[in-house]
Design a binder for this molecule. Sequence first.
Ligand SMILES: [Fe+2]
Length: 478
Amino acid sequence: MIDKLKVLAIDDRQDNLIVLQAIVSDAFPESKTFTATNGPSGIDIALTEDPDVILLDIVMPEMDGFEVCRRLKKDENTEHIPVVFITAMKTDSSTHIKALDVGGEGFLSKPFDESELIAQIRAMAKIKSANQMRKNERERLEALVFERTRELHEELEERQRLEKLYRLLAENTKDCIWLLKMDYEIAYMNPSCKELFGFSPEELQDKCLHELCDTEDRSKILAFFDSVRLEEASGRYLSLETELSRKDGGRVSVEMTARLVRDEKGRAIGFQGVTRDITERVASARKLEEAFYSLVRVVSDLVDKGDPYTAGHQRNVSRLAVAIAQELSLNNGLRESIAVSALLHDIGKLLVPAEILAKPGKLSEIEFELTKRHADAGYEILRNARLPWPVAEIIRQHHERLDCSGYPQALCGENIRLEARILAVADVVEAMSSHRPYRPALGVDKALEEIQANRGRLYDTEVVDACTRVFRERDFQF
Ligand SMILES: [Fe+2]
């Protein structure tokens, strides 16, 4: 490597250059020596050839060696090339110091020892190589810093763009978007809160949720946030549909969706969520529900009209069955299921000949078998109706009895659906309390005696007790 080194000799005297060239090529046969007879052309060669060492004369016309060296060391393309001053000048220490000052790495006074020159060249070549490595490393680091700076700049720009976008979205959406601290202090609410609750974001700043809710709403909302905390592990957003008070005292139906927020260290720092006005949705759901129930009542009345002696039977059974369900604290879904099933439980009678239904006095065995078919017939009529409750199945089971003595499937005990067990009790109590073609009304007391007498045998114990309480303690009346 060192044999292939490149040497640049700058001297205004051609004979000196020839001597230097001869010494170098003798010591390093593979080397290449460039020469220049003045400073400017020496600098040009240094720039184009990037030599490993420059042998530089001090005293030259036009530009002296010190100036040449100064310029070389100033230029980042040549600063790493070691410079050895060679001069016939009287070498006092001030010349040495000046040579070092302008950045020279070596100094040789004429006449010099050839081996000393060669040793200097070797040493300089090593310095050049080290300088080159340092230069490369610096350039690499500079490129790295430049690249990272550019990336950071781009990231920052992207973040600013997204922040602007999010702010735009948050502030222009119809939904109320909010952030709460753990103590329910409002950290952020978008301008939609004004339309939804009547409070401007400024009015809400630093307020706690408690201060804005009335007592009933407050306990509902705090219970909701408790469940948000408990459900956190599932990672789901929890929702609550409720009514809340507005600033003007009016009520608004909302859907609140919330999630717990943690910081980068995993500490819970608050809640984030969205509150949406669902007044229209609730109103249209209510309308649809009313339409559905009115249609069910129409069908129910139609069925009752086919049996003139049992007018209003299904409506009465439905009211009593729902009161029993309420007494048993059943959920809304079950209550609705019971209400609809009860209103339609005798729909199968549409398929029983009217003269049998209207016949006064006791029915023959065949006639009775025919009326019994109304349970299965009800199932057949409704089984394809796409209802959110198992109405067809409940209706089929409303004449089943705990001891398996019922019909049409002779189901036993808990194989009979709870809704059907309730319907059975309500049906019997209503029927006994009302007038029938073959007997006068027996009255509620007799009806309750009947279900009590068969409590646990034909009828579900808890349902019988709940039915009794409904009459005795809640003053239920048909
Ligand atoms: Fe029935």
